[in-house]
Design a protein around this ligand. Structure first.
Ligand code: KG4
Ligand code: ZN
Length: 341
């Protein structure tokens, strides 16, 4: 029987658990989102997040085992998100993963959260083939990477300040919308009108692949202060925010394809769930003969499947490593893991 990997994701406000089997694919997965709990506070409260992971994690592991009809002694490795993320939240997943692996006498594998996102489009059908360019757009990161294989990642450009998801979230907060702001703002933007407001597109013509989004929130703040903020105005501002962010992301992604001479773009991370971004990328890149790949919507935002999958690929490379000493890495540059491979 080919190896089965249990994946545990607990880096932020989602507890994600999954079982992945090489050759067969995803056997089962489960997700508990804490969004409703944090919504009350307008953002993630780290201590509450950790405590909730503690409550959810073991029942979810039992659930995925039951649903896949797999017993714990059939598992070959346990993969968990080692970072980046919230320290306490990461510790919950890392502790459970290492205890579980120790009890079963199997390897535990720490996974970089962004590597999980980066490889998640490979779970879909059709999947991209190496090499490709990845646009990683999450709540904490905005990066363009060249991906030549598992563990072979070259940074092409990234944000100098706020991430794209952060720009969505902060703008949404200024507009008085709920948390997380991205999907809320996108929903309201669908009622907004084009051309009412024009927001800056920082670094659009910088000639490189860097991004900057912090000026956008200042511009939104000014607009919010100047306007009456009735429902239509808020929708119009949301429209302009979404349009500005998407414009920059799409143009830079296209520039990355031109620069590398590659023709496949993979979009990963929570902002990749944005419908308009998907449409614009597919249209603009399709026109130039390129192809865009997205993870299935449920695997765009944080989930256990991407961690189980990245763990399975890693397990295939280092079968016998059993070391249950662990640390978590709340801040962790993806470039560092390239050296480990
Ligand atoms: O990858 P992710 O789930 O968590 C991190 O690793 O950060 O990304 C979360 C981010 C949040 O900023 C959220 O507002 C944004 O993804 N997001 C969206 C949409 N869905 C999630 N942004 C725009 N449009 C969406 N539909
Ligand atoms: Zn994420």
């Amino acid at each position: 029987m080919s190896p089965i990997t249990l994946g545990i994701e607990s880096s932020c406000d989602e507890t994600g658990i999954a079982l992945y089997q090489m050759g067969r694919g995803l056997l089962s997965h489960a997700l508990y989102t804490q969004v409703a709990m944090h919504n009350e506070y307008g953002g993630v409260v780290p201590e509450l997040a950790s405590r909730d992971h503690v409550r959810r994690i073991t029942p979810l592991i039992r659930q995925v085992l039951r649903e896949a009809n797999v017993s714990s002694d059939q598992i070959s490795a346990v993969a968990y998100t080692q970072g980046p993320g919230l320290g306490g939240a990461l510790l919950v997943g890392a502790s459970v993963a290492n205890a579980f692996a120790f009890a079963l006498d199997i390897p535990s594998i720490g996974i970089h959260h962004l590597e999980g996102h980066l490889l998640s489009p490979l779970l879909s059908d059709p999947a991209p083939e190496f090499p490709f360019v990845a646009l990683l757009v999450s709540g904490g990161h905005t990066q363009l990477m060249r991906v030549d294989g598992v563990g072979q990642y070259t940074l092409l450009g990234e944000t100098l300040d706020d991430a794209a998801g952060e720009a969505f979230d902060k703008s949404a907060k200024l507009l008085g919308l709920g948390y997380p702001g991205g999907p809320e703002l996108a929903k309201l933007a669908s009622k907004g009108r084009s051309g009412i407001y024009k927001l800056p597109r920082p670094m659009l013509h910088s000639g490189d692949l860097e991004f900057s989004f912090s000026g956008l929130k200042t511009a939104v703040l000014t607009l919010v202060r100047q306007s009456n903020n009735d429902d239509q105005t808020k929708a119009d501002i949301s429209f302009a925010v979404q349009e500005a962010i998407i414009d920059v992301l799409a143009q830079k992604a296209l520039a990355a394809l031109v620069q590398t001479g590659l023709n496949q773009l993979v979009v990963a991370g929570g902002v990749g769930a944005n419908k308009l971004l998907r449409e614009k990328l597919s249209r603009d890149i399709g026109k130039r003969g390129g192809k865009v790949f997205y993870p299935d919507l449920e695997f765009c935002t944080d989930n256990g499947a991407m961690i189980a999958f990245a763990g399975a690929l890693r397990f295939a490379q280092q079968q016998d490593k059993k070391d249950y000493r662990f640390n978590v890495k709340p801040r962790w540059n993806l470039q560092e893991i390239v050296l480990q491979y």
